[in-house]
Design a protein around this ligand. Structure first.
Ligand code: 5GP
Ligand code: MN
Length: 332
């Protein structure tokens, strides 16, 4: 970060600090937020973590997860906290529309804003920016940030557990999106006590029976493969959500299953919600689902993992997706 010395000075004086992350927070969002939270508390600050919506059950074990403010559940407290903050961190996103109604409150705040993020095309709202795409995760960048402050000695087991979680969730447990720096950071976190076995169990082997059965339904009844364009699609309708009583977060990771087929290079998971259709897109190699998400589905993300949304029927959404893949393949 270019202005790290200015930020270090700001952090010298105890402040009310707010840490924000994105809607539908994932392991990296909550890991980076709570990792930074425990770090800043050691420096004597009063710190609050705020998410637009609830976090999934597989990260509920994280230290102080229960203290996170959820804007959907307590808007007034979330807004007041941002208004009172003397410093605002925004983690694991780079476009303010990803924090929903809090966007305006952040824009109105005169507090300095810090962006730490690993997505492409950052917006310009922050005074201090650490935006890099050559890292695995925001958690890796939090480590880098603490390192640039010269304070890695403050990384204790709690912080290590939080940051390690983001490393493994954003890399599918070190399967993709890894860099030499990722493994160096992972090594240091393990050295200070990150509990790999426990975290792996909590994240990857904590499914409920119902969730595994939903996955079965998706794979058996809701998957189509278009071999000519190396594309697989899974969709769930509103009726599916009702029949299986599917809650937010219970379809996490389904899109990645599609890529387990060798013949598939591009995958979409299409979820019909009450008023909107949400898409999760994944790819292997250099096919950019980020371009598809941006151009055709008002979204964005990374080269190999992106998301967006669509208004209309599931069939229309599927058609639009297939057409967009064909177009992009044609253009090479
Ligand atoms: P997921 O499929 O796991 O929900 O999202 C994968 C990635 O796509 C996220 O890490 C995020 O970077 C990006 N993403 C998902 N939804 C959106 C969206 O609506 N807008 C933007 N800009 N990015 C999104
Ligand atoms: Mn991330």
């Amino acid at each position: 970060m270019e202005q790290i010395d200015d930020l270090r000075q700001l952090l010298d004086i105890p402040k009310d600090i707010v840490i924000l992350s994105h809607r539908n927070p994932d392991g990296d969002a909550i890991g980076s937020s709570l990792g930074l939270y425990w770090f800043l508390k050691q420096l004597g600050h009063t710190v609050k973590v705020i998410f637009p919506s609830e976090y999934p059950g597989f990260v509920a074990w994280m230290p102080d997860a229960e203290r996170i403010i959820i804007c959907d559940l307590d808007k007034e407290y979330a807004f007041d906290s941002i208004e009172e903050a003397g410093l605002i961190f925004t983690l694991d996103f780079n476009a303010l529309d990803r924090i929903d109604p809090m966007e305006q409150v952040v824009l109105n705040s005169k507090a300095p804003k810090v962006m730490i993020d690993h997505h492409m095309y950052p917006e310009g709202y922050a005074d201090f920016v650490m935006s890099r795409t050559d890292v695995s995760s925001t958690c890796e960048l939090i480590y880098e940030f603490i390192s640039q402050l010269g304070m890695t000695r403050l990384i204790n087991q709690k912080i290590a557990d939080c940051l390690y979680t983001g490393l493994i969730t954003d890399t599918g447990s070190f399967k993709y999106n890894i860099f030499p720096s990722t493994m160096n950071v992972a090594g240091h976190l393990l050295a200070v006590g990150a509990n790999n076995d426990f975290i792996q169990e909590e994240i990857f082997n904590s499914m409920r029976e119902k969730e595994l059965r939903i996955l079965g339904h998706c794979l058996y009844n809701r998957m189509e493969v278009h071999e000519d364009i190396s594309t697989g699609i899974i969709w769930l309708t509103k009726a599916d959500f009702e029949e299986f009583d599917i809650q937010r977060g219970e379809t996490e990771g389904i899109v990645n299953q599609i890529l387990k087929m060798k013949k598939v290079k591009i995958a979409a998971f299409i979820k019909e919600q009450p008023t909107i259709i949400k898409l999760s897109l994944r790819s292997k190699g250099d096919f950019s689902v980020q371009e598809i998400a941006t151009k055709y589905f008002k979204g964005g993300g990374h080269l190999n993992a992106s998301g967006g949304h669509f208004y209309g029927t599931v069939d229309a959404c599927k058609e639009r997706f297939i057409r967009s893949v064909r177009n992009q393949l044609k253009r090479g």
